[in-house]
Design a protein around this ligand. Structure first.
Ligand SMILES: Nc1nc2c(ncn2[C@@H]2O[C@H](COP(=O)(O)OP(=O)(O)OP(=O)(O)O)[C@@H](O)[C@H]2O)c(=O)[nH]1
Length: 350
C-alpha cells in the first residue's frame, strides 16, 4: 500500500513532466517555424532549412509524447536538437547576428530534462563548445561577427542564468523530496500504529470492508478479536512505560506466530484484530490457540523482573450478509465470554 501511494506521487510527477515536454515541443515547433519564415524573408536558405528541420523534430517529439507516451525519448530529442540548433545559431550568428541570444533557453531546459547533476554536466559541455566556437582562433567566422565585449558578456550572463537555474532546480528537488517524505509520513500515520508498527484500526476497517466487498464462499475469511488480560494491572504495577513495552513485545509475538498471509492490527488500547484469509471458524480457532500459547510462553524482561501476560480471544468466521459491525460484535461477544470464563482462552462465536 505504501508503494502504491508512493507510485501515485511519482506518477503525478511523470504526468507533469509529460505535460511540460509536450508544451515545450509545441512552443519549440511554433518558434522555430516563425524563425524559419523570417529567415526565408531574409533569403537565408541554410538557416531556414535548419529551422525547418528543428520545427519538424519538435513536431515529432510532440507526437511521440502525446500519442505514444514516450516522454524520455521526446525530451532527449528536444534537448539534443536544441543544443545543435543553439550551437548552429552561435556559429552562424542567425538573423542579424542575434542568434546567440537564444542560448539562454539552454540552462532551464537542460536542468528540467536531465536533473541537477546531468543537467549541469550538459551545460558545461555546451558552454565549452560555445566558447570554442566564439573564441577559438580557427573558427574564423564566429570570431568576426561578434565583438569581443559581446562574447564576454554573453558568457557571463549565460553562466549567471545557469547558476540561477541550478539554484531553482535544487530548491524544486528539495521541495519534491520533502513532499514525498511528508506523504510517506502521513500515509504511515493514517494506516499504522505508532507504538507497535502494526496496522491501525482505520486500516483494519478498510481491509474488512474490502474483504466483505469481494466476498464469495470460496474466499471465506475469519477474524480474531484479541485482548490482553488484566492489562490495567500491568500499568498500575510497573508503570505506563512498561505497559507500552508489553504491547510492543506482544505485537512482535503476533508477527512471528501468525501465518504470512494473516493480517494483524492494533484495534484499540490493548485490543488486536486479526483477519485470516481462506480460514474457516475451526481453522481460525486453531490459529487463535497458537497465538495464545505463544503469548503465554513469552515473558517481557523489565530490569530484574519478568512480566508475564495472557490474552483472551474471540473467534468469528464471516458469513454472507454480515456487516462489519455485526462481525466485530459477534467476535466481541465471544471475547467477553472468554473473559467471563476466566481469561487466557479462545472462544468461538456462535
Ligand atoms: N501502557 C499503555 N496502556 C494502555 C494503552 N492503551 C490502553 N491502555 C490501558 O489498558 C488498560 C485497559 O484496562 P481495562 O479495559 O480495564 O482491561 P484490563 O485491565 O486489561 O482487564 P480485562 O480486559 O478485563 O482483562 C487501561 O488501564 C488503559 O489505560 C497504551 O497505549 N499504553
Amino acid at each position: 500500500m505504501r508503494i502504491k501511494n508512493q507510485n501515485k506521487l511519482q506518477r503525478f510527477g511523470e504526468l507533469q513532466q509529460a505535460r511540460v515536454i509536450a508544451l515545450f515541443s509545441l512552443v519549440g515547433l511554433s518558434i522555430t517555424f516563425l524563425m524559419m519564415c523570417f529567415a526565408l524573408l531574409n533569403n537565408d536558405t541554410p538557416l531556414a532549412l535548419c529551422l525547418l528541420s528543428a520545427s519538424a523534430i519538435y513536431g515529432l517529439a510532440f507526437y511521440w509524447v502525446k500519442n505514444k507516451g514516450k516522454v524520455k525519448l521526446s525530451s532527449y530529442i528536444i534537448i539534443y536538437s536544441l543544443y545543435i540548433l543553439m550551437l548552429y545559431l552561435v556559429y552562424t550568428g542567425g538573423v542579424a547576428s542575434t542568434g546567440p541570444l537564444w542560448i539562454f533557453i539552454v540552462p532551464p531546459v537542460s536542468l528540467y530534462v536531465h536533473g541537477l547533476k546531468k543537467g549541469l554536466l550538459n551545460i558545461a559541455i555546451f558552454v565549452s563548445l560555445t566558447c570554442l566556437i566564439m573564441f577559438f582562433p580557427h573558427s574564423v567566422y564566429a570570431q568576426d561577427i561578434y565583438p569581443f565585449e559581446f562574447k564576454l558578456r554573453l558568457l557571463y550572463s549565460f553562466l549567471t542564468i545557469s547558476f540561477l537555474s541550478a539554484l531553482y532546480e535544487f530548491s524544486r528537488n528539495e521541495l519534491y523530496n520533502n513532499a514525498l517524505e511528508l506523504n510517506q509520513k502521513l500515509h504511515k500515520l493514517a494506516h499504522f500504529d505508532e507504538l507497535t508498527g502494526l496496522h491501525n484500526r482505520r486500516d483494519a476497517q478498510l481491509k474488512l470492508n474490502q474483504n466483505i466487498a469481494v466476498f464469495n464462499p470460496e474466499q471465506r475469511f475469519s477474524i480474531l478479536l484479541c485482548d490482553i488480560d488484566y492489562f490495567k494491572l500491568v500499568n498500575d504495577k510497573y508503570g505506563h512505560g512498561a505497559g507500552d513495552l508489553v504491547l510492543v513485545k506482544i505485537s512482535e509475538v503476533f508477527q512471528r506466530t501468525k501465518n504470512q498471509t494473516d493480517y494483524v492490527s492494533r484495534w484499540g488500547g490493548e485490543e488486536f484484530l486479526f483477519i485470516l484469509p481462506q480460514t474457516d471458524q475451526i481453522e481460525a480457532f486453531e490459529v487463535a490457540e497458537r497465538l495464545r500459547s505463544a503469548v503465554f510462553e513469552q515473558s517481557v524482561s523489565l530490569d530484574d523482573e519478568d512480566i508475564k501476560v495472557t490474552i483472551s480471544i474471540g473467534v468469528k468466521e464471516y458469513h454472507m450478509g454480515l456487516s462489519v459491525d455485526q462481525l466485530i460484535n459477534d467476535a466481541d461477544k465471544a471475547l467477553y465470554e472468554a473473559k467471563k470464563l476466566g481469561r487466557n482462552r479462545s472462544i468461538s462465536a456462535a
